[in-house]
Structures are given as structure tokens and as C-alpha cells.
Design a protein around this ligand. Sequence first.
Ligand code: BGC
Length: 311
Amino acid sequence: MGSACSDVADAPGRGMNLAGVFDGRNAARGWRVRAEHLDDIAAAGFTTVRLPVCWWGYAQSSYPYRLDGRILDAVEAVLGEAWARDLAVVLTMHHADAVYGDPQGSVDQLVAIWRQIAERFAASTGALAFELLNEPHPPMTPGQWNALLPTVLGGVRDVDANRLVVIGGAEASTVGSLRHLELPPDDHLLATVHYYQPFHFTHQGAPWQIGSAAWLGTGWGSAADRAAVTSDLAEAVAWSQRARVPLYVGEFGALDRADQGSRVRWTHWVRRELDRLGLPWAYWDFGTDFGAYDLGRHTWRQDLLDALTRE
Ligand code: BGC
């Protein structure tokens, strides 16, 4: 993809996750990305959008695992609008539940889907990266994920030798999962981390996390809290230096159930640390339950935007 790919990896790339558009399971379409959203994202100084897509919901379940052309068209339209505003795009493989449950049994489908995506965008000149699997996680083990990687990456590489590819570790892309990650040799890889620590703070009251109601009321902001973030991120950077693979923090954020003051403090501190370390990042997310933007009122939540963009 030539020089364009460096846009995603360039530090300090600042990004927004466009969650809730195409990542519903069962091909459920969510909110629609409008020109004004991308205008506002670019005007606020963001340089990247990460677009989560549940491709699995749009593909045939047996060979040749053909993707519905309508999802490719819809994604391409968003990419075109993003590129028209000089926004680089990271395209994910979200909620590929079959892979987590049965890695060997679903690798053919994963490869087939990636080949179709890679073919569709092979000739595009806009900055674009592919994230092979969002938050690989149990029951798939790190060993199974490492064993799958050459095959899945190979599917993309057969079509596109230089496309920037993003890969996270098999414990939901946490910092700790990096230590088990074994990347195939390749000159166009970014390792990714999702940062949601402390989890009981960022995911308090999350409907999809069993027991998280008990975490409601967890605040954030002590010196020890800040030091823990610094230490976690230092661990990630140390791995990246050892492995000689650049890092991308593709998600970080705190759910709207947390007290707003604590959310803003956490977001500001994490973001400043990421900038200090020169790590490109994307906030989770733009317009849903972690949202920095109020889709109904067509405006930023100013305190979160400030936390992401101001000193
Ligand atoms: C998941 C979302 C979730 C978010 C925060 C994402 O990777 O796809 O469903 O809301 O992480 O936990």
C-alpha cells in the first residue's frame, strides 16, 4: 500500500473506533456513518478510524464462504468517505465466534473471508490496515492462535504483499497476552493492545460482563491508579522493543456507567501516556456506550474530547 500505510502506524496517530455500525452479529446494521461524523472526527484532529466489522455475519457458512457484496459495498463507501478526509482506516474482523471456539475447524473460512476483503481493496490507494481477528480469546489458546497466524496472514499475503496487518495476543489483546504472541516474520505488521485496566473500573455495569453490576461505583484517579497505567504501558513498550514490532493501541475507553469525572481523568491520563510513549491509538468508541460523541445531538461530549485532544 506504499507510503499510505505508514499513516496508521505513525506516532502519535490518533484514532476513533466507529463501533456499532457493522459489528452487530447476524448482519444487523447499526447506526449509519454520515459525512458530518467523519468531518467532525477529522476536524477534531483525529487521523485514523478503526472500523469493526462482523464479516462472519455476512458470509456463507460453507465453501466458498462468499461474502455478501452489500457489506463490501457498504464498507467501501465508508472507507472512501474516510480517505476523502485523509483518515487512515483499520478494518477489523469482529466477533468471529467460530474461530475462538474451534480455531482449526474455522481457519478455512477465516482465510477465505480475508482473501475476499484483500482482493476487494488491493488496488485502493487510501491508507488501510487489516486486523486479522479482534481480541482473540479462550477457549482458543495462545498456542492455537500462534499456529493459525501464518495461514491467516498468508491468505492476505497471497493477494497483497504489503498491506499493513494488525495482530493482537490471544488473551483479548491485553498487554499481558503479548508475552505469548509469536508473530510470523513479516515486514508489515503492527502488534495491537487493547487497554481497559483496571477492568472493574472501565467495564463497571457492562451488561455483557457477568458480575459487573457489583463494580458500579468504582472510581479512578489516585497516584497509585496513574502509576499502574504507566507501568502496564511500559510493559507493552518493552515487549515491542524486544520483539522489534511496532505497537498500536487499537482500543481504550471506559463505559458510560462509570462516574464521568473518573472516566475523563482515566481517558486523559491513558491518552497522555500513550502520546508520551509515541504509541498510535484509537479510542473506543465514537458513538455507542463508551462514546465520545453524542449521535443524537450531533456533537462531541466536550469533556471526553478534551481528554483525548488537549494537554
Ligand atoms: C468489543 C465490544 C466491547 C468493547 C469494550 C470490543 O472489542 O467488540 O463489544 O464493547 O470491546 O469491551
